[in-house]
Structure formats: C-alpha cells, structure tokens
Design a protein around this ligand. Sequence first.
Ligand code: NAD
Length: 666
Amino acid sequence: MNSSIHLGHLFPTLPQMPAFDPSIRRAPKRTAELSDNDVKLAIRNALRYIPNEWHETLGHEFYQELMEHGRIYGYRFRPEGLIKGQPVDQYEGQTLEGKAFQTMIDNNLDFDVALYPYELVTYGETGQVFQNWMQYHLVKYYLKMMKDNQTLVILSGHPLGLFYSNANAPRVMLTNGLMVGTYDHPNHFARAAALGVANYGQMTAGGWMYIGPQGIVHGTYSTLLNAGRLKLGLGHQDNLKGKLFVSSGLGGMSGAQGKACEIAGGVAIIAEVDFSRIQTRHQQGWVSMATASLKEAFDCAKQSQKEHKPMAIAYHGNIVDVLEYAIAEHIHIDLLSDQTSCHAVYEGGYCPADMDFEERTRLLKNHPDVFKGKVDKTLKRHYQGILTLRDRGTYFFDYGNAFLKSVYDAGEVSVCKNKTNDLEGFIFPSYVEDIMGPLLFDYGYGPFRWVCLSNNPLDLDKTDQAAMEEIDPSRRFQDYDNYMWIKDAKKNQLVVGTLARILYQDAFGRLKIAKRFNQMVRNQEIGPIMLGRDHHDTGGTDSPFRETSNIKDGSNIMAEMATHVAMGNAARGMSLVALHNGGGVGIGKSINGGYGMLLDGSKRVDAILDQAMLFDVMTGVSRRAWATNQHAIETVHQYHQEVEHSNITVPFLAQEELIESIIKKK
Ligand code: NAD
C-alpha cells in the first residue's frame, strides 16, 4: 500500500528560518490585485503542503510573505547555504533519470547561475524553477523515489504525483503557466501566481534546462554575425571587427551580449542599471570593463574599434541615456538592440529613466501605478532615440524580449507596420524575422545543448571534440560558424554552473552528435549526459513576436506546433517533456516547449534518439515550409531524400500576379 508523501516526512520538526545573506540579490515585490478572499485562498493553498500542527505558525508567516513579497515562497523551507548542481552520482535515487534531474534542478538554482536564488528565479526577471520551496523538496523527494515504470507529473511547479507508466515513457512531464484562453493575460496570471497555482517558467528555468548565460551566447553570436553580413556588408568568413554594437541588460540572458559580441570580433557597449549585475558579469569575465561615464564608454569603444580589438564595455546607467548621448555627440552605432526584461515590463523588468535602481525598486513597491506611467514614458523616449539612430544608418533589431510590443502597449501605435495594431508585426523586424528565422530555424538549426552530469571537465573536452568531428564546415556557412564556435568554446570559457555546452545544430547534426555521445557513454569514455535544447528553437515555440515572427501565412497566432512537438517527444520517450506559456516574451504571447533526454549508453536510448531527435526539429521546419518559407521547403526536400518512414506535406506556391488579378476583378 502506498501512502501520500508530504513535507512532514522530510522535516520531522519545523525547520528554523534560514539566514538571508544580504549580499544575495532579491526579487522585487511582485504585484497582483487580490481581494480579501484571494488572500485567504492564497494562504489556504500554501498550507496544503504543510502538516496541520504547523498551520498556526506558518499561516501567519505565509500571510507576511504575501504582503511583503507579493508571493508565498515558503522561505522557511529554503535549504540553508548555497545550492549547486552536484555530480549525478551524489544524489539518491532509484533511476539515473531521477538523480540526473536533481542535478539539473540544483544547477538552475545555483547561486552563481540564478538571478534571485532565494525566490527560485533562474533568469529573465520572473523565470522560476518552482513557485515555492515546498514544491522544491517534494519534487526532489519524488525524483528520489521514482521507479522506471513511473512518470512524475508537474503543474506549474506543483508535483501532482508519480503515476504508473512504463520504461519507455517520459520520467517527467511538466507544464508551466498554461491558462485557459479567456484568462490568458498577465493580470490573471499575476493573481494566479499569488494564489500559488501558476508558475512563470520562462523557457528553460521551469523545464530545468537552463545552462547559464552560455545558453544564449551562441544564438547572440550568430545573430550579430549574420546581422553584420546582411546589413553591414560583411562576407561569410568576416567578423565584426571595428563595428560597434549597443544594447542593454547584463542579467541572466542579456549578460551574454558583451561576450557574444567579443567572440564575433566586435565592440559592445551594454547599459545596465543594476550595479550588482555588472559586478557579476565583470567577475565572470563576460565584460572587460565597467564605467558610469558615457564619455569614457564611447571613447574606449572608439579606440578599440580603431585597433580592431574586441571589447565588451558595461555602462552603469539607463539605455535611454546611452542613445541620447550618441545622438547628441553624433556617434555612429552599427548594430543596436535591447534586452531588458520587457516581457515583464511593469513588474520590474524595465527601469524608467532619470532614477537609479534603488529608487526604481522603491517606486515599484510603493507606487506601482506611478511606476507604470514612468515605464511608458521611458519606452517612448527609448523608441524615439531608436528612430533617430535608424535614420542615421543604425540597424536596430528586437532581440525577442517583447520590446516593440511594450512600446505598442505603452500607446505608441506608430510602431505597428499597419499603423493600427500588432497583427502584422512592427516597423522594426525581430531578429527572428530578419536573421534567425530565414538563416537558421528554416534549416532546422537551433540551440542544442548538453550537460556533463559527472561534472568532470574531461567529459566536456571529449564531447566538444566529438561534436566538432561530426560537423562538416564546408557544407553550409552555418556549419562553418558552428564549427568555429565549438572549436573555440573551451578557450572562450563559457561555463557558469554545471559543465555544459551549447551548439547550434540542424536535425541531422543533433542526431549524429546525440548518438555519438550515447556510444561514448556506452564505452565508458564519458559519464552520463543530459541532452536538451532551449525552447527558443525551430519547432519549440509558437510566438508571433519572436520565434514564429517569420511565419507569414497567418498561423503565427496559433500555438499548435509547440504543443505537437511536446506531445510527439513524449510519445517517443524523451526523458522529460515541458510545455510553457509565455517564455521569452511574457504570458499570453507564446507557447513553448522543450525536453531533457538522458544518455545512459543503452540501446533503448539509441532507439528513442532515432525517433525523437529528427521529429523534434523537423516538425518546426515542416511548419515553416508549409508557411512557404523557401529555405524550409529546401530542407524538407533534402530530408525526403535522406529519411525513410516520414512524409511531409509541401505547399504549392501561388503566383502573386494571379492573386492580384483575382482581387482586381472583384
Ligand atoms: P534579466 O531580468 O535577468 O536582465 C535584464 C536586465 O536589464 C536587468 O539586469 C535589468 O537591471 C536591466 N535593465 C532593465 N531596464 C533597463 C534600462 N532601462 N536600462 C538598462 N538596463 C536595464 O533578464 P534576462 O534573462 O537577461 O532576459 C532579458 C529579456 O530577454 C527577457 O525579456 C527575456 O525573456 C528575453 N530573452 C531573450 C532570449 C533570446 O534568445 N532572444 C532568450 C532569453 C531571454
């Protein structure tokens, strides 16, 4: 007979409140409109995790947390001290998957990795692994107990339970923040999160596959290089030497921008309002210098550009000031973007101008309405600055943080292509629309990654080498870029947290590398590997403001592809399958999914890889082909030549003149 598992089994006595280290960055107060009944419901909900004898104490404590932080995190159950992803053999468990996911969870909450580790936020201002520490303990306990005929089901961080399944079923299936259409809005989400029933998982945080800012460096590197090729006239083997890139944000993901620009050979100035984040990136070597003087930042950039010396400069201050300075001083910026957390623009993701970071945090806590007004005003100023620079020859692109959507939401309709609404997109392309969609996603290239669960540096070296050997750099220019990336990956010191690697690959590249790694595990050349990918991928995400912004058949507002990819990966036996709402751009603006696939060296895993790796990518390419994207159609034709057992529907292309003449005659 089974009996249900609860926190009382894990904590024989009520633990002491752990100490808070004042040097650890804390999440700002989250806002939500709650009625008195909602407050009662939130407390009642949180107490469901707690044995009755502790309700009196914790009921009051949870109420305090809700009032002070806008959420019930259950701080008392936070593990004392630092969290780190440990080598897999140091965890208890009945399956390798169960142990491996504990490594992944702890890596997502690693104090060097996570943005607000006390609040379980990994990255992207609001991207949480779980809603509260009670869920953290229960999930880890279930993972410890899980057998290979059970699947753990997780709803927004809450472990619904372990259910009977089979050895070829996923060990974990999880969703984050999925809402019923009518309520699929940030305001309803904020209430649901305060009630403890909704988690914003971003993309990889809630799916436990975040690997530190390295996860985005490769994509940013490819985006910058290809922006240079498309807009600055660079050749296929040129780099960004002598070019200036300006952007904002040195947080979880945005922290990769300076490094990516340096690897691409260019000079970057990145504005950041929070000094602690500049310090983190500086200590990690991801920015080369920091200054609060705009003159110094631009002078250094100019010198480095002249010397063709790659450099990443952090400017401590608001991005709006950087743009206005460049305009006033007539400084040319080649590439311009923004990576503030605009997916959560009124929750602290975007800092208004003319105030420092501390003032922003106070204003957000005490006067959220005034804060909102100032955010809107700054967004409009920011947009005006971009327009002026655009007119002077700067190439601006939206880097998938919903910046343009936020400008529109702030009341600036002129940002819309049709000058009325956002249905036809914005006057500036998103990086996916112009660059990543046609040049990478339509071919199936996307952010494939792996984690060395042994945490042995030799394993990372061996996998880097093996992956490089599987790439033919002469096949396409993308393969050349990927080859160069992996060749220099170790030298570029990209790892933060558990040993991991990102490497953009197409469908066949991913399959080849995955099977080679599994063979290496089988031969005991390396320890077990967790494969995964960012949800930000060719088939992983439906997001009209980002991943599917280069889908022009009207289906960019549909969310069926990511759902199918997740269902299909589960059917084929991936170890973990995740489906989320809002990753990257915010609640209601995307549906995105990902996977984790444990390589244990078995033939069983080889068979899963054969079925799932190509499916995962080609579902996205097929959808892009059906939307008549030329490169995707070519990729499907090649796929048909190489693979049995699959048939993909390919569109007929109508002549534009015919369509025009039909309309004219009516
Ligand atoms: P983050 O919240 O950790 O970092 C954003 C940083 O911007 C913060 O450090 C904040 O202090 C700073 N900032 C805010 N307003 C500013 C201003 N006006 N001037 C200067 N600095 C300012 O978030 P993150 O993980 O870095 O992600 C940033 C955004 O990018 C999010 O919206 C996220 O969803 C999106 N994102 C994009 C991709 C992609 O592949 N394109 C991937 C992940 C995340």
